[in-house]
Design a binder for this molecule. Sequence first.
Ligand code: AKG
Length: 278
Amino acid sequence: MKHRGSPVVWHGVGPLSDEQMRSYTENGYLLLKNVLSPTLIEQLRAEVDNMKEGEHLSIIRERNSKAVRSVFDAHNLNPTISQQVVKNDLLLDIAEQILGNGVYVHQCHVNYKRPGGGEFFWHSDFTFWYWEDGMREPRAISIFIFLDPSRTETGPLCVVPGSHHYITHPEWYRSVDDHKEAVRHDFQSDARANGLVDFDTLQRLSQHRTIETIWGNPGDIFIMDGNLVHASGPNFGLDERRVLLLILNSMDNKIGVPHSGGQPRPNYISSRTFEPIR
Ligand SMILES: O=C(O)CCC(=O)C(=O)O
């Protein structure tokens, strides 16, 4: 495993305190409580549920059922997401403070994790952004917006603090042809040999740092470095665990030719519309 070789924070001006910036740099994430209002969360819940009833190309289904696992391109499918989440000033201020300049939407999707919904095995998103999208460096953040409470039985997000300092993807990464299959990142995924973090690597990463579970409630947000290793278990509870994920990339880090040598992923998975949000 080699060091990531590029900064974690690019020190723009913004609302995060020095202590929050220090903690983000060291651990690779921050949990902020009560950021989005209960009214907006209620509206988002209803609208993301409607979104999964359509026949959109960007729907990803669970491996063994017709149940909707994720809907990608959510910001183009839903005006509340594009107007009230993507353009939320606080989220943009934070992104610009961490990444140092303007940002655009690289990806936006909802993970529904309904009862019986499957796991996301250990991975760093940057692995896929680098190989499949041609992203140069991990100068991007993922913002998880909790629409439901995290509970042990509904498959909460887990992270390896500090893992964002290392590049975990193997040099022998091979592109997968079926991008809709690969974004499942589940245990049986064909992509397992192609970028998910194996147990040896997980052990090395977590030698000095304990794996943390992220306990968020509706309206909380979790901001994560694009290279942080994370996972979540299956939902064996009775309630859904919906999250909206917004991935913002620096305008200085636009994606290019995939490093895998394969075809670029469809625009609904990785956007090539490089418009600064503001
Ligand atoms: O929703 C989760 O718990 C994990 C999401 C994730 O890893 C992904 O969408 O790549």
